[in-house]
Write a protein that binds this ligand. Structure first.
Ligand code: AMP
Length: 113
């Protein structure tokens, strides 16, 4: 997607603070961190949101879920972290390219805001 900021980051057209990359995903630090460690895991494939995932994406989603603990550990998160997907306007999804927030190194509260 030509005008998608996360596609541009995934294609290295825009620099970012990358913490992980492979053939399917990139992970980089959020520019407005909500925790001492806050990174985003983003599929290289442009999928607008969780609602738009299909059967075809299930291996990709499983891949992401298995990579998250690996990346979290590599960044020194040892006592827990939160994974968040904002899907749609009510959830305050601001970037229309599927991404997984990973927040750690602080005590979280529940319910989320
Ligand atoms: P969401 O509200 O779930 O769509 O989250 C989008 C996230 O992307 C926000 O936390 C932003 O701070 C983050 N973000 C937007 N643009 C960039 C960027 N260029 N580099 C790093 N993080 C970004």
């Amino acid at each position: 997607m030509a005008d998608c900021i996360f596609c541009k980051i995934a294609n290295h057209e825009i620099d970012s603070d990358f913490v992980y990359e492979d053939d399917q995903v990139v992970a980089f630090r959020d520019m407005e961190p909500q925790a001492p460690v806050h990174f985003l895991v983003v599929p290289k494939k442009h999928i607008p949101c969780l609602d738009e995932c299909t059967e075809e994406d299930k291996e990709l989603i499983a891949h992401i879920m298995l990579k998250i603990p690996e990346i979290a550990k590599s960044l020194g998160i040892t006592t827990g972290y939160r994974v968040v997907i904002n899907n749609g306007d009510d959830a305050f999804q601001t970037v229309k390219h599927l991404h997984f927030h990973v927040l750690g190194k602080r005590k979280m509260t529940w319910p989320p805001g």
